[in-house]
Design a protein around this ligand. Structure first.
Ligand code: SF4
Length: 501
């Protein structure tokens, strides 16, 4: 990743406003809210962007809490992209190292305790000494984290490894600091029990509507121009187990969309994930969400959906709950009819699927390729993105002893073909959708420049795919040697690629 793209466009530095971050990653906002709800004072808690840590930490700092999602670059998307780009470091790991160097230096001076929490904590087990971490905190923070902080302040011994208790929904306090991108969690956990998944290890709950409304207001009042629901399946909001609750979904969208209109928010109220089986059960809810959001071909939603595999054998073995109440051998029909349903309602999803199930055979991969081909024939609108299987800590697959981080050399040609099929479909859809998405850019000159850059990026992706499809070894031979971190190297690479092509 060129540094200028990372810091200018993808993750521009967040300023310090009155000594605090004006917005923060949602989990940090939740931890702050939990401390406040447990008697800590606002003036004793500071949520700050990493690059301002040294300005805020001092003699009176007792605890530095750090939230991690992917500290070592081992999460599914980063691992997959790392493997496909020929190795090298990930931005997430690079930033974590940088942050921990600052924290270690500050710790030497001020002797505070370091508590690291978040969904990426599994990557740091065994590395506590290396990073001088006092407590690794896994699980939910609302009830247990304030107790740990009190113990530290009281000078009590704290365990090196803590698992946070599950929190009843009515005890989840609303955020005070606005959340980055207007994210608000509406459900926690997932009842479908896929074996490779970590959110399913949490109890399934829906956040009370009043808490959600308070959080959306915090964000909108601060000037954030978006509302995005974090959920494993939006159609399970308010559900009892796997039975959707239409009235709860309607109320959620009605109230939040009214609020968004009050604040003149132009974009639809989006959500992160949905499951096709729930969509097929709750067709009316799908239509309702699209109607109240006034979705159209030019105003679609882009949720993420895991279709995982085209092989009913793999469905039955690793994620049979995802097809419920249908049977694993009905998976194809479910995926095809579910896709049509959501596409008809202007939900253009990113379908992710998994390469590298421990005992996947060439036939299993061929079935995945065939399912993707079928989606293409049926006119599917969306992306299909392969991810390598990761034994995420705490998942059922990891607990059963599976620990392998798969690389390309270990995969049969059929797996490579399945990856190529997905990207081909994604490229086709990207060409279709991007002019419509860019049409909202008012300035014609900027629109033209971005349009040209987007075409170039998709063309480059196509070129890479052509090479990869013919010989996956090209990644090691060619792409692993490319370094585009600095602007000079980025331009040099562009020039060389142009000459070679
Ligand atoms: S449906 Fe999605 S969130 Fe739920 S268990 Fe399966 S992978 Fe996890």
């Amino acid at each position: 990743m060129p540094a200028f793209i990372q810091y200018r466009f993808l993750s521009p530095p967040v300023p310090l406003t009155n000594g605090r971050a004006p917005f923060a990653p949602y989990p940090l906002c939740k931890v702050e809210a939990a401390l406040l709800a447990n008697g800590f004072k606002h003036e004793d808690i500071y949520v700050v962007p990493p690059n301002y840590l040294s300005r805020v930490v001092g003699e009176d700092t007792a605890v530095v809490g750090i939230h991690v999602l992917d500290p070592m670059g081992l999460a599914p998307v980063s691992w997959t992209l790392r493997v496909l780009s020929g190795g090298g470091d990930t931005c997430t790991h690079y930033e974590f190292e940088k942050l921990m160097t600052t924290v270690r230096n500050l710790k030497k001076k001020y002797k505070f305790k370091v508590v690291v929490g978040g969904p990426g904590v599994w990557q740091l087990k065994g590395l506590e000494d290396k990073y001088d971490i006092d407590v690794l905190f896994e699980g939910e923070g609302e009830l247990t984290f304030p107790k740990i902080v009190k113990d530290i302040l009281d000078g009590k011994e704290t365990p090196r490894y803590v698992i946070g208790e599950s929190v009843p929904p009515n005890l989840i306090p609303p955020i005070i600091t606005p959340s980055r991108n207007g994210i608000v969690q509406v459900t926690r956990g997932c009842p479908r029990r896929c074996r490779f998944c970590s959110p399913t290890m949490f109890d399934f709950r829906s956040v009370p509507l009043e808490t959600i409304i308070k959080e959306v207001k915090v964000n909108l009042r601060s000037g954030i121009k978006a509302v995005g629901f974090a959920t494993e399946d939006i159609l399970l909001y308010g559900a009892n187990g796997l039975r959707p609750n239409l009235s709860a979904i309607k109320k959620l969208f009605d109230r939040v969309i009214d609020l968004a209109r009050e604040y003149h928010i132009e974009d639809p109220v989006g959500f992160s994930h949905v499951t096709l089986s729930t969509a097929l059960i709750a067709k009316e809810a799908v239509r309702y969400i699209s109607e109240v959001n006034e979705l159209s071909d030019d105003r679609p939603l882009f949720p993420q959906v895991g279709i995982e595999s085209g092989s009913p054998r793999i469905v039955a073995k690793y994620f049979s709950g995802k097809s419920y109440p249908w049977k694993p051998n009905e998976w194809w029909d479910l995926v095809i009819s579910g896709s049509k349903l959501i596409n008809d309602n202007y939900w253009y999803p990113c379908f992710t699927y998994i390469i590298g199930f421990p005992d996947a055979t060439p036939d299993d991969y061929t079935l995945t390729t065939e399912l993707i081909d079928r989606l293409r024939e049926e006119g599917f609108k969306g992306w299909t993105f392969p991810l390598l299987l990761i034994p995420i800590g705490g998942t059922m697959i990891e607990r059963s002893g599976y620990r392998e981080f798969i690389t390309l050399e270990r995969l049969p040609q059929e797996a490579i073909d399945a990856m190529v099929a997905g990207w081909r479909l994604s490229i086709k859809f990207s060409y279709e959708i991007y002019p419509r998405l860019l049409s909202s850019i008012k300035n014609p000159l900027i629109r033209k420049v971005i349009s040209k850059l987007t075409t170039k990026a998709i063309n480059a992706m196509e070129g890479w795919l052509e090479d990869f499809g013919k010989d996956p070894g090209v990644i090691e031979k060619v792409y692993s040697k490319i370094n585009i971190r600095t602007l000079r190297r980025f331009i040099k690479t562009l020039v060389i690629t142009k000459v070679l092509r």
